[in-house]
Ligand binder design. Sequence first.
Ligand code: SAH
Ligand code: SF4
Ligand code: F3S
Length: 462
Amino acid sequence: MVSQFSVKKVYIQTYGCQMNTYDTEQMLQVLATKGFESAKSPDEAQLIVINSCSVREKSETKALSQLGRFAALKKSDPSKVLAFGGCVGQTEGPKLKKQFPFLDLVFGTNNYRDLPEMLDEFTPRWNEIGGDEERDLLVPSKRPEAKSQAFITITNGCDKFCSYCIVPFTRGREISRSPEEIVEEAAVLVQQRGVKEIMLLGQNVNSYWGKNKQGAFTSLFQLLELFQKESEGGKLNGLKRLRYTTSHPRDFDEDLARAFRDFPVLCEFLHLPFQAGSDAVLRKMRRFYTAKDFLRKMELVRKYRPDIALSTDVIVGFPTETRADFEETLRVIREVEFDNIYSFIYSERPYTRSEQWVDDVPLAEKKSRIHELLDTQRAISKKKYSEDIGQIAEVLVEGRSKNNASLWTGRTRKNRVIHFTDEVPGIAPVKEGDFLNLLVTDASHSWQAGELPLKEHQWPAA
Ligand code: SAH
Ligand code: SF4
Ligand code: F3S
């Protein structure tokens, strides 16, 4: 048996949703117990891991082409260990092992905690999903890489089986972590790492139903309530912002709408995917709500929190979607006026129900529909982002802007990106994790510009 523990640097390439980002952090933590440090580039790493996503064909292709590039690296340095994990690893594990013999390890979505043992034995593993065995979901976390914002996965898996979606097959049945474990993890982040904003994660966090030590069940509303309570001088003292993603309209109820009014720690931002505006298409998608139901929920949340910022996901070109169906989607977009939409061209996925249906909307038509959608949304986004011009927004500083090093970037409570400069004479330098009150001076469809409202205002104390 080859000991791999001389291997000390690991590079992880992550694809997909925030849950994969969270899993990557967890992998780094598990590997740290074996002396691995995070590498800046794959060249300097002895262990290279791909954490893949398979939600659309393109996501899968991206991970596989990356594998090709890493294979070339391994060819020039055969001592490198190459591992492939995540959602594609989960469903395609055995196939990948055969197809890419140079792969040392293939593993699934919940196996990362076995990585050290797998490295010892070079044994691929992927969880048997679909069984009812409850797995210990995650390792307790110290999370050395956490910044002022952090993710915590609270549910894993999905029981909804929307007809187009591969996630229930990659992540298995839905499991909720216990509320105590979640609050403990949050407390470590807030108290030891100075985390100020937490995003609770799951494929459908609304159906969170966590059993506590006494055997009683906690809903998402109750979990949010607990976070609110603990943030007021309790275990989570110092936590300023809480968000969650992603939600299913069917499980979004009045309590959750009310939470946006009653819990100040919960940011006035909600991502609630509606996928399609046509009831016929929604039925085929197995979403179990109508466009009217969705619009009612939007009204409900605005009743409790009129200034809430909303975002959503939309699929374009689902099998049988007609021009008239698509116009229903446009209608919902115009009526709700989301801040942002994430729109996707329908992609046929293995294991799903819709894979058996004819993918009958021509690609050119799908592309033209998505462009129309994006054009419509761009104008709405600009309008929404411009609403704040002339107002003061609380901004959490994230760092230097990626595109312009002379600017800083932050995020408002409404999740709007804001750019600003700290080149104000006599003012202390700004840093990641600061909260600033900025005057919003300009806006596009995807960012706002801000500045200090008054000369005599100081950046907050260090
Ligand atoms: N659990 C979340 C979605 C997770 S997947 C929810 O139900 O809202 C993120 C998004 O990818 C989905 O909201 C959907 O818009 C999109 N998506 C999922 N499967 C897809 C497919 N086969 N083709 C195109 N888009 C897809
Ligand atoms: Fe996929 Fe539907 Fe589950 Fe979301 S709710 S992860 S779209 S099956
Ligand atoms: Fe992708 Fe898996 Fe997330 S399929 S979207 S990485 S749950």
